[in-house]
Design a protein. Sequence first.
Length: 183
Amino acid sequence: METDETARVPLLDQSDLPEEYRYLFDEDVLGKLNLFRAMGHVPRAMQAYMRFGTALWNAGDLSTRERELAILAVARSCRARYEWHQHVRIGQEAGISVEELRHIARADDTPFPEREQAIMRYAAAVASGTVTGPLFEAAETVTDTETVVGLTLLAGHYLLTARFLDALSVPLDDPFAGWLPEA
């Protein structure tokens, strides 16, 4: 595990939070992540962030695999190591192969079906601020309006997360999986 010596803010422990927010570090072990240890300086916002993120995971009709493809596309687009690292494992659990991860890392979506391509391209464009009419229409064509709105919120949420982690120099929780993960 990397230390918090490189973080711009102290990484908090559960005992550092006000009593009414300590439960947040118990939920699915997420609170033990350095992301939340840094965010814990504003526990009310951390609580809202966690609830919002959970709601976005279920927005629209994206499958778990499609959601992870979108998150990984955002992480790659932003070169967000922390997010990429966290979602390599989650993505694999959702059925994304190491070879597919390597394609995403190279911004090569050619081996993916049309629906997944449109989702990844749209999510990356949201993160980079380059959404065009054709990209939006392609995503809406393979999903629906509710899903595209949810995908937009999801991509924006992970862009926010990437910028938060970068601005505060939040270290990875364990050694980096690498942009081109090994089998």
